[in-house]
Design a protein around this ligand. Structure first.
Ligand SMILES: *Cc1c(COP(=O)(O)O)cnc(C)c1O
Length: 509
């Protein structure tokens, strides 16, 4: 028999030696002040980089940055946070892509609201996890209030609910899962049998995450019917009706209809009222993907563009796109909170069924388990500057995009692909004299790369009916029309130079 020893004595040796390192490197009572200092130092580094950025990029290529990174020996730590941050400045900050810069006009990235950045300090240090009440307490109530607030803005009614997610891709997946489980509930047969013949209708311009969701959900990407769009790239409701009728006659069933409120390329808003009516007629789940267009929910002048969203069964909103929030900040909203139970799982260690209802557990509604308290960023933003300030900023970028569209239309060498709707401008550079295409790379790609490499501006590109176009995504209310004019001028200058070189190449050949 081992002689009895007091528990504290048994444990004292290993605890003490561990404590030596832990007290130095982990957040605890004794390091709280140091945390604040280091956080402040990091914030100052970031501030300096933001203020010093001469353009949205320095135009680095992967090879140059990889060489710098390859030189780092991960087995040899630098010993302290300051040194590691200094190194990160070289490896990352100096040549990062800066979304706050007025000449950044590429993807759906917004400059972020200051209160949200400050809130990030709380999110990361307290490190609340949103899965259960016993890991989050008041954080759960704050997230719920914001869900109620957003669902109310969308007009989803008294039974609405939802949950924060990491992004629109995750929100769309959860919406399609809820739609699928609603469609197969109570049907006989194995799941593959019940999934056969189910169809999801979305416009040809809808986000690819809809077809990815269909694949993940066992429907196959081929279950997604690409409904044609009109001249403004909005879903053609007549074509939708025809597809629904033909498929029904063929024995297929409409599982969901997805309307996009703000397509990624054109900012097109599908005709929500008509699509909602067809969804009701065909017994299909009506999902509105407002990942981009959700900014209209707070807009004093353009909220009306979302009329019809209130009939949705589910809505995707990306606060990190048009509510000026840091990534990630998204939510799925649903009209009928009971539907969220379709994805609930009760784990004995976490949220046992026997204790359901005793305290709110967000994991009951989420596809994630451990989850950041991202909602606090939006909460602090709203409590600090209010929703109208955010909506007004979205109005400002819409005005800017409209003015940019006019500049494009007026320029003899630029050709607008479609009227500006939200805050994107899709167009191409058309040289004054025709240049040979042959096997050459599309002019749009070369212009875009030249802009990137020069660091003067960043724009995106997309393909419309087989033709490569350039795209401005304007989400920065600090960008002026002078900035847009400068970007367009740079595009034309590069376009002239590159097409001139091509003509010369042809003459010499
Ligand atoms: C950006 C976007 C998504 C995807 O959202 P993430 O936050 O990038 O995952 C989905 N739908 C539309 C219309 C989008 O523009």
């Amino acid at each position: 028999m081992t002689p009895q020893r007091p528990l504290a004595q048994t444990l004292s040796t290993p605890t003490r030696s561990l404590a030596g390192t832990a007290a130095d490197h982990l957040l605890g009572t004794d390091t709280a002040e140091r945390m604040a200092e280091e956080f402040g130092a990091a914030a100052r580094l970031a501030a300096r980089s933001i203020a010093a950025a001469a353009g949205p990029t320095t135009g680095p290529g992967p090879a140059a940055l990889r060489a710098r990174l390859d030189a780092v020996d991960l087995r040899t730590p630098l010993g302290n946070t300051a040194a590691a941050l200094e190194e990160a400045t070289e490896l990352y900050l100096r040549d990062a892509v800066y979304f706050h810069h007025p000449r950044y006009a590429a993807h759906l990235n917004c400059p972020v609201a200051l209160p949200a950045i400050a809130a990030e300090a709380l999110v990361t240090t307290v490190n609340t996890s949103m899965d259960t009440w016993d890991q989050s307490a008041g954080a759960t109530l704050i997230e719920q209030r914001l869900i109620d607030w957003a669902a109310d803005l969308a007009g989803l009614g008294p039974d609405a609910d939802g949950v924060f997610t990491s992004g629109g891709t995750a929100s769309n997946l959860q919406a399609m899962l809820l739609a699928r489980n609603t469609a197969v509930a109570g049907k006989p047969g194995s799941l593959p049998e019940r999934l056969a013949g189910l169809r999801i209708y979305a416009s040809a311009d809808s986000h690819f995450s809809i077809s990815t969701s269909a694949s993940l959900l066992g429907l196959g990407a081929e279950a997604v019917v690409a409904v044609p769009v009109d001249g403004l790239h909005r879903m053609d409701a007549v074509a939708l009706q025809a597809a629904l009728a033909a498929d029904r006659a063929a024995g297929l069933h409409a599982l969901a209809i997805v309307a996009t409120a703000g397509t990624t390329d054109f900012g097109a808003i599908d005709p929500l009222p008509g699509i909602g009516a067809l969804a009701a007629e065909y017994g299909a789940w009506f999902h509105v993907d407002a990942a981009y267009g959700c900014g209209l929910l707070g807009s004093p002048r353009h909220r009306g563009l979302l009329a019809g969203i209130e009939a949705a069964d589910s809505v995707t909103v990306d606060f990190h796109k048009s509510f000026f929030q840091p990534i990630g900040s998204s939510a799925i909203l649903v009209r009928d909170r009971a539907r969220l139970a379709l994805v609930s799982h009760h784990a004995e260690y976490l949220n046992p069924a026997a204790e359901a209802g005793r305290a709110p557990n967000q994991v009951d509604k989420s596809l994630a388990t451990t989850r950041r308290f991202d909602a606090l960023k939006l909460w602090v933003t709203l409590r600090s500057i209010g929703a109208e300030a955010l909506g007004t900023m979205f109005d400002t970028v819409m005005d800017l995009a409209a003015a940019a569209g006019t500049l494009v239309k007026e320029h003899p060498e630029l050709e607008l692909a479609a009227e500006v709707q939200l805050s994107t401008v899709v167009f191409r550079y058309v040289p004054a004299l025709p240049v040979p295409d042959g096997d050459l790379e599309p002019l749009a790609n070369e212009i875009r790369r030249a802009l990137y490499e020069s660091g003067e501006a960043m724009v995106a590109a997309t393909t419309i009916e087989g033709v490569r176009h350039l795209k401005l995504t304007l989400l920065n209310p600090q960008t002026g029309i002078g900035d847009v004019a400068a970007i367009l001028e740079a595009i034309v200058a590069h376009g002239r130079r590159i097409s001139g070189e091509r003509t010369l190449g042809q003459v010499q050949a």
